[in-house]
Design a protein around this ligand. Structure first.
Ligand SMILES: *Cc1c(COP(=O)(O)O)cnc(C)c1O
Length: 394
């Protein structure tokens, strides 16, 4: 008989995750995933679900009853929102200025919607007037738009657009996968009808759950549907019977992921939303000062750069992969490459949640500076760190 070898244990390296997600996870959240399992109807688990809903309402800044975490990553949140709000034949307007707006179009089409899209070049945001023009012509039931377009680093203002949606009787559904926990998200104050997020960006929890919230109007639209939701798994009518007092079995909740999310949300509330947003902004300003001092430029329209996702142009003559491979092998740093038309042309440096810290800013700036100098790019040694340091003491 041939000798069989024992499988070696899997020993992942400790990386510095400064890409578009997953982001760095605080030890307390990782530890929560090791807690003993409870049954998904155990009173202790049910209490944790109630607490998670309350925490999610605080983080989303909403009183929405229909607020919970669906099983699956951010994309499951996108599907949950779209397939529940949209019935076959409904008209949907999607604002597309990057990969994730494009994904929303695909999801809405698969749900049988008549999808119209308006577009903006990568890196830009939508102006309320162009949305108003499209909405007045198309008269959609739902408007879909991305708050933080992770593929381009663009930060979309939403307040005016939400007003336009209501003026024309439409519902507005927003993607907050990268914004929640990093920049202000004000579901009730802005009048947002539906929003989804993901655990693995600024909430700093491993990927696996998708927080969602629906306004009373959106919940009513779901209750009044004439057709069954196309997805059995993501049917909010059934899922809310499990999260609600019925505790009706639908699917087994991913127990350990829910422990982690509860802990991640508790950490956010301990820090305070405003303090957390200010921390993201400060580290962004320092990183930006350093990148500019290195001669790099942002691929995002000035004034609309997301603090948690810095999308910078790769200098002419520099190979994307050579740099990213070296960042990973020599410093253990992961940064993101470009997506869509930015592939090979941009780097995406994430400072998300727990990852948004001064040591990470300093590390990525000095590593990038070393790479660029070694590749013959004209960079003044030390300028980036000096500029970042000045931003911290400003
Ligand atoms: C990451 C992301 C998604 C998808 O989330 P997954 O967790 O990868 O499924 C959707 N929208 C935006 C804006 C994202 O950044």
């Amino acid at each position: 008989m041939a000798a069989t070898s024992q499988p070696a244990p899997f020993n992942p390296s400790t990386r510095v995750l400064l890409g578009p997600g997953p982001s760095e996870v605080p030890p307390r959240v990782l530890a929560a995933m090791g807690y003993p399992l409870l049954g998904h109807l155990d009173p202790e688990f049910v209490a944790l679900m109630d607490e998670t809903q309350s925490f999610l309402r605080q983080v989303f800044r909403t009183e929405n009853r229909l607020t919970m975490a669906v099983s699956g990553t951010g994309s499951a949140g996108m599907e949950a929102v779209i397939v529940n709000l949209v019935e076959p034949g409904d008209t949907v307007l999607v604002c597309v200025n990057g990969v994730f707006g494009g994904r929303m179009v695909d999801v809405a089409e698969r749900a049988g919607a008549k999808v119209h899209q308006i577009e903006r070049p990568y890196g830009e945001v939508f102006d309320p007037q162009e949305v108003r023009d499209a909405v007045s012509k198309i008269r959609p039931k739902v408007i879909g738009i991305v708050h933080a377009e992770t593929s381009t680093g663009a930060w979309q203002p939403l307040e005016e657009i939400a007003k336009i949606a209501h003026e024309f009787g439409a519902m507005i559904a927003i993607d907050t996968v990268t914004s929640l926990g990093g920049v202000p998200v004000e579901i009730d104050a802005w009048g947002i009808d539906a929003a989804y997020s993901g655990t693995q960006k600024c909430l700093s929890c491993p990927p696996g759950l998708a927080p969602v919230t629906f306004s009373a109007k959106a919940a009513e639209a779901i209750a009044q549907r004439k057709t069954k939701v196309q997805s059995w798994y993501l049917d909010m009518q059934m899922i809310q019977r499990y999260w609600g007092s019925d505790r009706f079995y639908h699917h087994t909740a991913p127990i350990s992921m829910n422990y982690a999310l509860r802990e991640a949300l508790a950490l956010i509330l301990e820090e305070g939303l405003e303090a957390r947003q200010a921390r993201h902004m400060l580290n962004h300003k320092a990183l930006k000062a350093g990148l500019l001092a290195m001669g790099l430029s942002y691929a995002t329209a000035p004034g609309y750069e997301l603090p948690q996702l810095n999308c910078v142009r790769i200098p002419d003559g520099v190979d994307d992969l050579v740099v990213r491979k070296r960042l990973l092998s020599d410093w253990g740093i992961e940064v993101g490459g470009g997506l869509g038309i930015f592939k090979g042309k941009a780097w995406r440096i994430g400072l998300m949640g727990h990852g948004s810290r001064r040591p990470n800013v300093t590390l990525v700036l000095s590593a990038l500076e070393t790479c660029l100098i070694d590749l013959g790019v004209k960079v003044t040694p030390g300028a980036a760190l000096a500029a970042a340091s000045a931003a911290y003491s400003a």
